[in-house]
Design a protein around this ligand. Structure first.
Ligand code: ZN
Length: 214
């Protein structure tokens, strides 16, 4: 008992030692401790001193739930939405980089650095599964003031409306050329994105030798 130091009054992480609770025949002392969260717990002296036990158990719960939240968010479809957005704006090897990063389109800093920030904005702005993120101004960035969620169909309409093709001085959108030629406007827009111009953009390989009515 001579080298025994009473830990009463000492603080170990979140635990304040209130008093000795009991002592077994091997000399192991257990203390009654009060946790920062208000809970009480009984902890062995050695576990307090070596940091094995840091709280009444609330700390572990907190960590687990935070990890759970982060994990759930990473599995969220929006996580993928943001990742793809960042990639097409910053990775020259992305097949869509030409229309995004290469045109100076970027993802705003808050979203780029903090998925939770993008997630909160998306939920508050009507995101539902199946909707696509759309830039209101096609030359603007991915940022709260320039983005909204729209359906795939609306998205495709926008896409085809924003793609212009000029043939013999007549300029029309992919959607308009599509209507006129009975060719899928989305396919036309896609060909433009792949670098085709003029008649080649309207007609795929399979129509290569057909004439275009004006
Ligand atoms: Zn606690």
């Amino acid at each position: 008992m001579s080298n025994f130091i009473n830990l009463k009054g000492q603080k170990f992480n979140k635990l304040l030692v209130i008093d000795i609770h009991d002592k077994n025949i091997n000399g192991t002392i257990r203390y009654l401790c009060k946790c920062d969260c208000g809970g009480n717990t009984i902890v062995q002296s050695s576990k307090l001193r070596n940091g094995w036990t840091k709280s009444c158990g609330c700390l572990q719960k907190e960590i687990t739930s935070k990890r759970g939240l982060r994990h759930n968010l990473c599995n969220h479809k929006l996580y993928h939405v943001l990742a793809c957005m960042k990639d097409r704006c910053s990775n020259p090897n992305n097949s869509r980089y030409n229309n995004y990063g290469n045109r100076g389109i970027s993802v705003c800093e808050e979203w780029r650095n903090d998925f939770k920030c993008f997630y909160d904005w998306a939920i508050a702005n009507g995101y539902k599964e199946g909707l696509h993120i759309d830039r209101i101004n096609n030359d603007g960035n991915y940022e709260p003031s320039n983005c909204r969620f729209i359906s795939f169909k609306e998205n495709m309409n926008n896409t085809t409306r924003n793609v212009w093709i000029e043939i013999d001085g007549i300029k029309k959108t992919a959607a308009q050329w599509g209507e006129e030629t009975n060719i899928n406007g989305i396919a036309i827009a896609q060909r433009v994105r792949n670098g085709k111009i003029g008649v080649d953009a309207i007609y795929g390989i399979k129509y290569k030798n057909k004439c275009l009515k004006k």
